[in-house]
Structures are given as C-alpha cells and as structure tokens.
Design a protein around this ligand. Structure first.
Ligand SMILES: [Zn+2]
Length: 293
C-alpha cells in the first residue's frame, strides 16, 4: 500500500480541507481498515482488455482511469474524456491520451478538473463545462454551458444536466473561486448507447426527468459516499434512471469513499425493479466495449 499512501497534499495542492483531513489520516494510518478495491488495483498496470481493443472500431468503448475519469470512444470516431484526473491515486500507469476531441468537466473540484488544462493544450480538445469553470480553466478551445444545453461532438450529442453538489475551483488563501453549478452529462451516441455521467451528486428527483427526456441506458454513478451518494443511493438512482447498466465510480480513491460495487449489487437486489440491473465493474485502466442498449 505504501506507493498509494503518498500525501495527497503533495499530489494535489488545492485539495479541499475535508479531503486533506481524510487523506492525511490515510497517510498516518498507512493501512486503512478496509482496503478499497480500486486502490488495491491501482498497483497493477492494467492493459486494455482484448475485447475493448478489437471492437473499438465499431463499438463504443469506455476506459476507466479510476475515480470519476473516463475516456469514451464512439463508432463515429469521437474520443471524449470525462473528469480526467488521470494522476489520481487509483489511476493506471498508462500513457495519457494523445488525441481527444472533447473534455467534459462536471465541476470545479480538483478531483474532476484534474489534468484538463494540460490535456486540452496537448490535444487541442474542446473543454465543455459550466460557463464559469470554462473561463477559470482557460483552455484555448472551450464551450461554457449550463443545464439544458446541448452540444455535438462528431457522432455524440451531449446534454448538460443537473447534479446535486457544490462547485469551487482552486484553493488559495481566499478560498476556492466560484466555478458555477456542478453538472452531469448525458451522451447520446449514434449507433451506440446513451451514457449518463452523473458527476458528483446525491440521488435527486430530477433523475426521473433525465430518464423521461433522454432515456440513458448506461449510468456512471458515484457510490463512494461522503461527498456523493452511497451504494444504496446509487441503487435508487439506477431505478429512477431506468438504466440497464451501472458503471460504479468515485469510490476507493480515498478511505472516505468507502462504498463498494458489491454493496451496490446487494442494494440493487433488494428491489425487484432493479434486480436485473448489471453492475459493470471496471478496473482502473480497463477498456470495455459498452452494450448497445
Ligand atoms: Zn469528486
């Protein structure tokens, strides 16, 4: 575990106080009581699965970089990163993407903005986020948006939706800067699934509206708890969203994010309507071709 127990202050100078406290506790304890699954996996250098690589040309793929970070590829050739904190404690030791069309950022906290600025500079990707955060990140190509907005990236139609969370960017002596509301994204992929990345959020009533309006088939939901919903909340979210597949995220990176995919499975089984929902558990660095529906 030693490798992982680096001080988060060193890794992330702008960590919010609460996270720093838990991260420092992590460093002091060295071994957390329950080792989070994602952290255990972080020591491995996971290669993309053969399935993901061989089918990438025709299907929609998702690579999980740990925490809330994903890279999605679409049948029409779009490569889209979401909340790319690619240096998170669970992240695989893979080369960072060299080509990206767009980077979606749900909100201003460091664990979601992550490597956005450097990736945007390197790849020329358009940064799509709240109007306020877009100006704070300052990428050459960016699209400041808000809830209700829609933007197209090749064969992906991206809708900006609600999230129930706070937003703040950086943390100097005067505290974080206002970075607009926290957001979620629905990504409709032509000849592919409709994905919903919830960002950081608790379960909220508007998830029923997201289901009614956009019909997502796959939801990337936070399950860690503490800063977001826990597995029980995510199970209720899956029911409201009427999705067939849930990809759990935002767990295991720090001890405070204690929810697990097994707890999500157990919570889903408790409700008849959700018992058939598939939990697609990715390992950090793993690429999977996503089901069409
Ligand atoms: Zn977060």
């Amino acid at each position: 575990m030693n490798k992982l127990c680096v001080s988060i202050r060193a890794v992330v100078p702008f960590a919010p106080l609460a996270l720093l406290l838990s991260a420092n506790a992590y460093a002091a304890n060295d071994k957390p009581a329950a080792a989070p699954a994602a952290s255990k996996m972080a020591t491995k250098t996971a290669a993309p699965s053969p399935v993901g690589t061989t089918m990438a040309a025709t299907g929609t793929t998702a690579t999980w970089w740990g925490h809330a970070a994903f890279v999605i590829t679409t049948p029409g050739g779009a490569t889209i990163a979401i909340d790319p904190w690619l240096d998170n404690p669970s992240a695989p030791k893979l080369e960072h993407p060299k080509a990206l069309d767009a980077i979606l950022v749900t909100h201003g906290h460091f664990d979601h903005v992550g490597n956005t600025a450097e990736l945007a500079k390197k790849t020329g990707a358009k940064v799509i986020t709240s109007y306020e955060l877009a100006s704070l990140i300052g990428a050459q190509s960016s699209e400041g948006m808000n809830m209700g907005g829609t933007i197209t990236v090749k064969d992906a139609t991206i809708h900006v939706v609600e999230a129930l969370h706070s937003g703040g960017f950086g943390q100097d002596k005067s505290g974080p800067k206002y970075s607009g509301p926290a957001l979620g994204f629905v990504i409709e992929i032509a000849k592919g699934p409709t994905l919903y990345h919830a960002g950081d959020t608790d379960v909220f009533a508007g998830m029923s509206l997201i289901a009614e309006r956009y019909h997502p088939t796959i939801a990337m939901l936070p399950i860690g708890g503490h800063f977001t919903m826990d597995p029980a909340g995510a199970a209720l979210a899956a029911k409201m969203l009427k999705v067939k597949t849930v990809i759990p995220m935002h767990f295991g990176t720090f001890p405070a994010l204690a929810g697990t995919p097994d707890e999500l499975r157990a919570a889903l089984k408790k409700d008849k309507a959700s018992a058939k929902v598939t939990v697609l558990e990715l390992k950090p660095g793993e690429t999977q071709t996503l089901p069409l529906k």
